[in-house]
Design a protein around this ligand. Structure first.
Ligand SMILES: [Zn+2]
Ligand SMILES: [Zn+2]
Length: 253
């Protein structure tokens, strides 16, 4: 299984518009963060997690030429506003499945009403086959990837973390239930939310992230959804050996 970090930044991206902080002025490419998204590839199957607001740029940069499915963690702008840019892949390969939980579907159908309830003439709409995921109910994409949706909490919003075989992606959360922690055991790789060093209302700060990593105990963890308080070279020393900050373009096998 191959995982590509298409984006590792918080909702504003890094650099943040108008900011003159050390991270935003950094020349280190690991401090340039588009909005969070990953590409998962396994046995010829390609799955995108979230159509970030930067999806077009990310797809061009990662040379994405085909997708088998899109998984949505939750319907916040940074995670879904690139959905329309899926169209060139539809033009070439037809419709694709899109997976989200029920609460995300309520917002997706409202925000993207033109896609899901087309009322006007004219072509060029995304071609999507909607599927609703349920906490703890696994499903397959292709023949080799079993995906288990696991609910986490982002402020008050139920968000879906996705487990793929021995790898899991859990972003946009500040609380993980005991049931979900049980569902995240025996992982080789965990990708986990960590918006900044300090605590936060709707995301994990570094101490909270390290606490959950202790409970989940994956072999290796990559922290994502990073804001400009985190500077890669300066702050990596705060992390234990088996934890690192993700950065855009990082590929892990
Ligand atoms: Zn987010
Ligand atoms: Zn800044």
């Amino acid at each position: 299984m191959k995982i590509t970090f298409l984006g590792t930044g918080t909702s504003t991206g890094v650099p943040s518009i108008g900011c003159g902080c050390e991270t935003c002025l950094s020349d280190d490419p690991r401090d340039k963060r588009l909005r969070v998204s990953i590409l998962v590839e396994h046995g010829g199957t390609k799955i995108l997690v979230d159509t970030s607001i930067d999806f077009r740029q990310q797809a061009l940069r990662a040379k994405i030429d085909r997708l088998d499915a899109v998984l949505i963690t939750h319907c916040h702008v940074d995670h879904v506003f690139g959905l329309d840019d899926i169209r060139p892949l539809n033009f070439r390969h037809g419709a694709m499945g899109i997976y989200a939980n029920e609460i995300a579907w309520t917002d997706l159908r409202r925000i993207f009403q033109y896609i899901f309830k087309p009322t006007h003439f004219g072509g060029g709409l995304p071609q999507l086959v909607p599927h609703t995921v349920v906490d703890g109910a696994p499903f397959m994409i292709g023949d080799e990837i079993e995906i288990t949706p696991l609910e986490v909490i982002h402020g008050k919003l139920p968000v879906i973390a996705y487990r793929f075989n021995n790898f899991a992606y859990a972003t946009d959360l500040n609380y993980i239930s005991d049931e979900t922690i049980a569902g995240l055991q025996d992982l080789d790789v965990l990708i986990l939310d960590c918006v900044r060093i300090k605590t936060h209302n709707t995301h994990l700060g570094l101490n909270e992230a390290l606490d959950y990593i202790g409970q989940i105990n994956p072999k290796r963890t990559y922290l994502t959804h990073l804001n400009h308080d985190i500077m890669y070279s300066r702050d990596s020393r705060l992390l234990p050996d088996n934890v690192e900050f993700a950065y855009d373009g990082l590929v892990i096998e």
